[in-house]
Design a protein around this ligand. Structure first.
Ligand SMILES: [Zn+2]
Length: 271
């Protein structure tokens, strides 16, 4: 599943090709992804210019003259830029034709993605309005986390994966950030000190920034937006390493299920 770093990598990849371009047409090859695709978009979008390409959580926002295309890659979606006339594959469901002659192509084998047209302030859309803070901004910090966690018994790993706490901390990143911060994933969120929350907030930012820098972690169904197949696998210190030696203390990394998600940690380095 595309995680926040992959979505941000996509945003950075497509942005320079989209901003300032006029939309020349829209091709829909399916009636429905996660939700039905509105055929009227084929009349509404052409002629409008892309003003900016933004991201909120794992949503991409293509802001046009009279509204916003809200995109979500779902479980298996990917955006690529191809030249006009490139034959679509079986799972290439949507093409956005640009005045440059390029095509923004939305591929989504499992069809859990979304493409919605939103007028008015897109950040007030029900899908976005109640999301927690962005992990890379100043809103995510130790003080805010501690305040949100007050008296909560939920395990800290589940707490930081909750989209109302902070968006975009997926399972891999939660395990990695907790290892770096030295916090055991099962610890009750309400029992963590401010100093430790501060370390965790920094660790979350670090692991996500490193993943973005690496072009996103390995993922089966994602192709980078310019069509290169490359993925530079981020070095994971605990995730997927059960039984292997901890990089710090050399004791074996342990694996448990927590909130139905596989969870990796070092019982000596994380307390
Ligand atoms: Zn260790």
């Amino acid at each position: 599943m595309p995680e926040l770093p992959e979505v941000e990598t996509t945003r950075r990849g497509i942005e320079p090709h989209l901003v300032g371009e006029r939309i020349a047409g829209l091709v829909l090859r399916t009636v429905k992804l996660r939700w039905p695709l509105d055929p009227l978009l084929c009349d509404v979008l052409p002629g409008q210019t892309v003003r900016s390409v933004e991201r909120r959580a794992k949503y991409l926002l293509l802001r046009l003259d009279r509204g916003t295309i809200l995109l979500h890659l779902g479980m298996s979606g990917a955006l690529r830029l191809v030249t006009a006339g490139t034959m679509p594959g079986k799972h290439d469901h949507v093409d956005l034709l640009l005045s440059s002659g390029q095509v923004l192509r939305f591929q989504d084998p499992r069809k859990f993605g979304a493409l919605l047209w939103v007028t008015g302030d897109p950040y007030l859309h029900p899908l976005l309005a109640r999301l927690g803070p962005e992990p890379l901004g100043a809103d995510l910090n130790g003080t805010a986390l501690r305040k949100a966690a007050r008296a909560r018994r939920i395990a800290v790993k589940s707490f930081i994966m909750d989209q109302q706490t902070v968006v975009g901390v997926g399972n891999i990143y939660a395990s990695e950030a907790l290892f770096r911060a030295g916090i055991r994933p099962t610890l009750a969120a309400g029992r963590i000190s401010l100093a430790r929350w501060k370390r965790l907030a920094e660790a979350i930012k670090q692991v996500l920034q490193e993943a973005i820098a690496a072009g996103g972690t390995t993922l089966q169904d994602f192709s980078q937006s310019d069509g290169r197949p490359g993925y530079f696998k981020q070095q994971l210190l605990v995730y997927g390493r059960a039984g292997e030696p901890c990089t710090v203390c050399h004791e074996p990394i342990e694996s448990i299920r927590l909130g139905q998600r596989s969870t990796y940690y070092c019982r000596y380095c994380q307390t």
